[in-house]
Design a protein around this ligand. Structure first.
Ligand SMILES: Cc1cc2nc3c(=O)[nH]c(=O)nc-3n(C[C@H](O)[C@H](O)[C@H](O)COP(=O)(O)OP(=O)(O)OC[C@H]3O[C@@H](n4cnc5c(N)ncnc54)[C@H](O)[C@@H]3O)c2cc1C
Length: 334
């Protein structure tokens, strides 16, 4: 996409934080454009079509700990967009589920249905990779690698912090030292994920999930039992952060060997692993968080940072951060 576009607020990133920020800014009557470098919305929430079925390959579920997020989720429940998948997971050591009574929500058509739902009434430019953001008179000039230019009064940046810092550096922006340092302090753990196409019986504990944070393969989930993949048996699998770092540069064929060994105990003897596809997420989960839900940058045109690394991690944290960034921008531009 090329051309020049004007808006009140440009939101970079159509993940949970960016979509929630855009939603709130739109409600306040602002002309908002959201851009994302991917062809789809959702960021780290992604449901993939594999071998005739569907698999959640990024975030698997979300929880609700705040009334603010609960207001959205209650609406999604009423619309039958999401459902309670479980109230806990087995770690494999118990025959029954270990429940802590917190509902874990999933979406009927795969978790990506949630960002797609949020995106419905927003202006979103997909496949736009933002390269730089430069302060200009009256706001910002934001440019993509394909030459699209966005002139806006205010900017919300929701990519992982190192990526947001890089595009500001490319625009020759000097952030205030305190802002730069607090953004540079944010860190993330990587995650290698896999989708495995299985033919034959899968034997995972209720509800078709095993979670073992200390084990190299920390998460194994059956998407058919989750209810999102009637057309194929697909397992989503996560490597824990320590092993994701260790195996990051390993060729897929080596990883596939380890995955095949690890999955065997959960498959019937006659079951076959037909295909394994890997994805590497360099910024999967924040490990050092910013202390506040958003950061409104000092001494520059209106600029707010948001994402799951701001005060609360995961889907809910990203959503609340997006809302906080929108409120911060509205306090400045009215
Ligand atoms: C493997 C995995 C499993 C997870 N499991 C869970 C789970 O079960 N439950 C849970 O609650 N959370 C889970 N999470 C975390 C959850 O997915 C994230 O916390 C949340 O989705 C982050 O949302 P966000 O909007 O902050 O960031 P993102 O979703 O990363 O959105 C940022 C967006 O910015 C875009 N972008 C980046 N750079 C540019 C650029 N230069 N130009 C344009 N666009 C750009 C990206 O394409 C992306 O869409 C998981 C994450 C991973 C990776």
């Amino acid at each position: 996409m090329s051309g020049t576009y004007s808006c009140d607020v440009l939101v970079v990133g159509a993940g949970m934080a960016g979509l929630m920020a855009a939603h709130r800014l739109g409600e306040a009557g602002k002309l908002v454009v959201v851009v994302d470098r991917e062809e789809r919305v959702g960021g780290r929430i992604v449901t993939e079509h594999v071998a005739g079925g569907w698999a959640d390959t990024g975030a698997q579920f979300f929880t609700v700990r705040t009334p603010e997020f609960d207001r959205f989720v209650a609406q999604w429940l009423a619309e039958e967009l999401v459902f309670v998948w479980s109230t806990g997971w087995s770690d494999g050591s118990l025959s029954s589920l270990s429940s802590d009574s917190y509902p874990r929500y999933a979406a009927r058509e795969g978790l990506t249905a949630v960002p797609r739902h949020l995106a419905q009434n927003l202006t979103i430019h997909k496949a736009v990779n933002i390269e730089s953001a430069t302060p200009v008179a009256g706001g910002w000039l934001v440019v993509s690698d394909a030459g699209a230019a966005y002139q806006c009064q205010a900017l919300v940046l929701t990519p992982p912090a190192p990526l947001s810092l890089a595009l500001l550096a490319a625009g020759k922006l000097e952030l205030a030292a305190a802002d730069r340092e607090s953004l540079a302090a944010i860190t993330y753990a990587p995650c290698i994920t896999a989708v495995c196409h299985i033919e034959g019986a899968i034997n995972l504990p209720e509800p078709g999930v095993l979670q073992r944070p200390e084990h190299p393969i920390s998460w194994i989930a059956d998407n058919q039992r989750k209810g999102i993949s009637p057309g194929a048996q697909l397992i989503s699998l996560h490597v824990n952060p320590t092993y994701s770092r260790l195996w990051w540069l390993s060729p897929d064929v080596e990883l596939a060997g380890a995955v095949r060994r690890e999955l065997r105990p959960f498959l019937a003897e006659t079951s076959a692993i037909k295909e394994i596809m890997f994805h590497r997420w360099p910024h999967a989960l924040p490990t050092t968080l910013h202390p506040h839900q958003t950061l409104l940058a000092a001494n520059v045109p209106p600029l707010a940072f948001a994402g799951d690394a701001f005060a609360g991690p995961r889907v809910e944290g990203a959503a609340l951060s997006g809302l906080a960034a929108a409120e911060a921008i509205l306090t400045v531009i009215g």
